[in-house]
Structure formats: structure tokens, C-alpha cells
Write a protein that binds this ligand. Structure first.
Ligand code: MRU
Length: 368
């Protein structure tokens, strides 16, 4: 099978049977190992990144995707980049590292977790600039591994905080993939679903296929099926019908960035689901770590929306879906205004409207 728009562009070492999942990414022998999500569900294949540019490419090409996962990847990219810098003095070392940081930052613009992770890595450099460069390199590797470990813990806490919002025998709609694949492991929206499943609530999941790159069909359905959680796949345009038929009790999605007023950027199509949920009186929940909240973004209008390659819309696996040269729009995310959001589930608690106040309060618990 040929994955046209999804085909990796950089040379890489690919291997199968590595069995890393439920982790999407790992640090192994000073290399970054990534589960190639473009190949799922047909192939569980991994590749190694030997330098930071390969990590940036993997993020850009969406071999690894999902807001928290690309944050972890960027942190590991910095650690990998640092190891490759042959400078003894801090200033030239930091200069070179800053340029690597720029490359990683530019890989994808919408998810704030990427910038958040890079800021954390920069903080390690700033705090330890008096130390020997070799020691700083070791601390950067340690920080990247801490970001990965913390993310898994955070997701489990999100699951714990959100599980009571799910009632026995609920049918839950989720859009895109906010699962183990989109994070360090366990997942945000799927973390809540996993936790409810562990509590034997007898839930069912409806996964939207999520055009154009089919994260719902390829990734969410794959994750849930592996764990025996009942999942039914629908195309994105079936959501309204199913809600009208009373077949959906609640919606849970992830987020790429949450503004200070509670507006939520997430995968394109989330806004449509949220409006439909409101129309049908169905709760619409967002599950996200505090690292997804951007204190520098006042409202959703300030969130940059990534526009991706036309080929992702006009072709599928090497075949044209539309006349060649057709004009295409491909915004990868949309913003759901906070008035459509019933609550936001974080690792520190469930945030409810009025969001501006409750977000400030929960961020306070985060030390900010
Ligand atoms: O373009 P993607 O696949 O990176 O988009 C992913 C999403 O929109 C997820 O819902 C979001 O990142 C939350 S992941 C926990």
C-alpha cells in the first residue's frame, strides 16, 4: 500500500515488532523511537530519529501527532539536538540549540503543548548555564524523559477526574484521536473513556472517521478495538443523524489549545460536533492537560490555525479523489467557542462555566 500524502519524506530506519505501544514515543540508546502513526492500523512500525531535524520532520509529516505527543517529541528532539552539538562553551552551544528549537517550533503551529515543552527545555538551559555543557546535555535528556512520564500520569489523573461524568451504558462520541497515540500514553479524551471502561460502566464509543487524515478511523478505532472497548465507526457527516436518533449521550474530545476564555482549538470538525451537541441537549466535554491552556491567548480568535497540504484532501493513498488541480482548503483545526463547551476535564479538576474565572482558578493551582 502506498500512502501518498502521508508518506514519510526523510530517510529513516524502520523496524517492526518493537512492541512499544501503548507508548507512542521512547528514548532508546540516545535515539528517539517513534511509532509511525501514518501506517496504522495496517502496520505497527517504528522508526528511529538520529537527529533533531528528523524529529521535526516526523512532527510535520504527522508520523507522530496529537498535542501532548508532539510536545514530548519536541522535547526529545531538543535533547537529541543537544547531544549532537560539538561545543564546549555554553553560549555557542545555546545558540545552536536555539536554532534547533526554532525548527521544532515551526513544525506545527496550533498545538500549544509543543511550545510549552520547548519552553520547559529552554528553562533547563537557562537555570543551568553555569554548569558544564556536558552536564546540561544530561539534564536535557532527563527533562524530556520527565515530560513523557508526567504526561502519562497526567492523563491517568484526567481519566480519574472525568470518569464520573460518564454514566452506566452511555454511548460516547469522540472526534479525531485523543488517545494513547496522541499523548505519552493512556490519552486525554480516551483516558476518560478508558477509566470509565475500567469501572465497568458498560459504555460504547462512536468514533468519527475524521477526514482528511482519518485519525478516528485509523487510530481511535484501532486503540479501542485492541482493548475490547466497543466502538462503532461513522463518517463525519453522520453525527447529526445519530444525535437526532438519540444514539449519543455525550461527547468527549481533546484539545490542541485552550484560550483564557475557554474557547477550544481541536481537530477540524470539532466545532460542528459541538453545535450539534448543543442543538440536541447532549453534554460536550473537552479533556486536556493544563499544558494545553495558553495564558497568552485571550480568545479563540488569537489561535493560529494550521493549513495543510491540498493533497491530504484531494487524494487518498495515492489515488485522486477529485479532478487534478482542484482548488482545496485544508484547515487542520477549528475553534469551538466556549459557549458550546459543557466542561473541561483537567488533571486538577473539572472546569465549568464561567470559564474565564474557573480557568484562572485552576491555573492558579498550576502555579500560574
Ligand atoms: O492533527 P492532529 O492529529 O495532531 O490533531 C489531533 C487533535 O486534534 C487531538 O484531538 C488533540 O491534539 C488532542 S490529543 C490528546
Amino acid at each position: 500500500m502506498v500512502y501518498f500524502a502521508l508518506e514519510p519524506s526523510t530517510p529513516r530506519i524502520l523496524f517492526k515488532g518493537f512492541n512499544l505501544f501503548p507508548k507512542t514515543i521512547a528514548w532508546k540508546d540516545n535515539r528517539v523511537v517513534i511509532l509511525d502513526q501514518r501506517r496504522l492500523p495496517e502496520e505497527e512500525a517504528y522508526f528511529e530519529c538520529l537527529d533533531a531535524h528528523a524529529v521535526a520532520e516526523a512532527i510535520k509529516a504527522m508520523a507522530i501527532r496529537g498535542a501532548p505527543a508532539i510536545g514530548i517529541a519536541a522535547a526529545m528532539g531538543i535533547a537529541l539536538g543537544a547531544l549532537g552539538i560539538d561545543k564546549k562553551d555554553f553560549t555557542p552551544f545555546y545558540q545552536e540549540l536555539s536554532s534547533i528549537c526554532k525548527t521544532l517550533k515551526a513544525a506545527r503551529p496550533t498545538a500549544i503543548n509543543l511550545r510549552w515543552a520547548l519552553e520547559r527545555m529552554r528553562g533547563v538551559c537557562e537555570t543551568n548555564k553555569e554548569k558544564a555543557v556536558e552536564a546540561v546535555k544530561g539534564l536535557l535528556v532527563k527533562e524530556a524523559l520527565a515530560i513523557l512520564a508526567e504526561d502519562i500520569e497526567t492523563n491517568k489523573r484526567i481519566g480519574e477526574q472525568g470518569k464520573d461524568l460518564i454514566h452506566a451504558n452511555d454511548t460516547i462520541l469522540t472526534h479525531c484521536n485523543a488517545g494513547a497515540l496522541a499523548t505519552g500514553g493512556y490519552g486525554t479524551a480516551l483516558g476518560v473513556i478508558r477509566r470509565a471502561w475500567e469501572e465497568k460502566k458498560g459504555i460504547k464509543v462512536i468514533a468519527t472517521e475524521t477526514r482528511p487524515l482519518l485519525q478516528g478511523a485509523r487510530l481511535t478505532a484501532w486503540e479501542l478495538t485492541r482493548e475490547g472497548i466497543p466502538v462503532t465507526l461513522i463518517t463525519d457527516n453522520m453525527v447529526g443523524y445519530l444525535m437526532q436518533q438519540g444514539e449519543i449521550n455525550l461527547c468527549i474530545v481533546g484539545a490542541d489549545r485552550i484560550a483564557s476564555n475557554g474557547d477550544v482549538a481541536n481537530k477540524i470538525g470539532t466545532y460542528t460536533v459541538a453545535i450539534l451537541a448543543k442543538e440536541h441537549g447532549i453534554p460536550f466535554y473537552v479533556a486536556a492537560p493544563l499544558s494545553t491552556f495558553d495564558r497568552n491567548t485571550k480568545t479563540g480568535k488569537d489561535i493560529p490555525i494550521e493549513e495543510r497540504d491540498a493533497a491530504e484532501v484531494a487524494t487518498l493513498w495515492g489515488r485522486c479523489l477529485a479532478p487534478r488541480g482542484i482548488k482545496v482548503r485544508n484547515p487542520a483545526f477549528d475553534v469551538t467557542p466556549h459557549r458550546y463547551v459543557s466542561a473541561i476535564i483537567t488533571e486538577k479538576g473539572v472546569v465549568k462555566p464561567p470559564f474565564e474565572k474557573s480557568i484562572r482558578r485552576i491555573r492558579g493551582k498550576d502555579g500560574g
